[in-house]
Design a binder for this molecule. Structure first.
Ligand code: ZN
Length: 157
């Protein structure tokens, strides 16, 4: 990766880490779960407001952790709004590939509406080189799927 691009990605992560979007507890949330990544000390609570039609009307989180875990939660809660539960799960699958597979090719992904989201999330792909950091980057997503499934808590361990 070009150094300039790498620096840009770091800027985006640091910005989300310092000024996380959707860092709040929504009053209308009807699903939530707690996520814990003991290796790094990241703890998150993800809140979702899911409509009767299965569409996520609001997504937010509270918690503390490293810049990557907070930045990932910040970006995730942004992209989840307006998605169905199925779309959210499908996006997590692709995001997980993005974070773990060296040969992941964004251009080869053909999932229609999800392309723009993956492009935004691509700033986190640098964790690929650091397996411990993959848990930081995916904690919010694991916690989101736990909330969807009605589980109270999830852990990366
Ligand atoms: Zn972390």
């Amino acid at each position: 990766m070009l150094d300039e691009l790498r620096e840009l990605y770091q800027e985006v992560i640091l910005d989300h880490g310092r000024n996380p979007r959707n860092h709040r507890r929504p009053e209308d949330a009807n699903r939530h779960a707690r996520g814990n990544n003991p290796i790094c000390g990241d703890t998150l609570v993800v809140y979702l407001d899911v409509g009767d039609d299965g569409v996520i009307r609001d997504a937010a989180f509270e918690g503390q952790g490293c810049a990557i875990s907070i930045a990932s939660a910040s970006m995730m809660t942004d992209v989840l709004k307006g998605k169905t539960e199925a779309q959210a799960r499908a996006l997590f699958e692709k995001f997980h590939d993005l974070c773990t597979k060296d040969d992941f090719d964004l251009d080869a992904v053909d999932n229609g509406a999800g392309d723009d989201d993956l492009e935004r999330l691509q700033v986190l792909a640098g964790v690929r080189a650091f397996p411990m950091r993959v848990k930081c980057a995916t904690l919010a997503w694991h916690t989101m799927t736990a909330a969807m499934s009605g589980e109270d808590a999830t852990s990366t361990e």
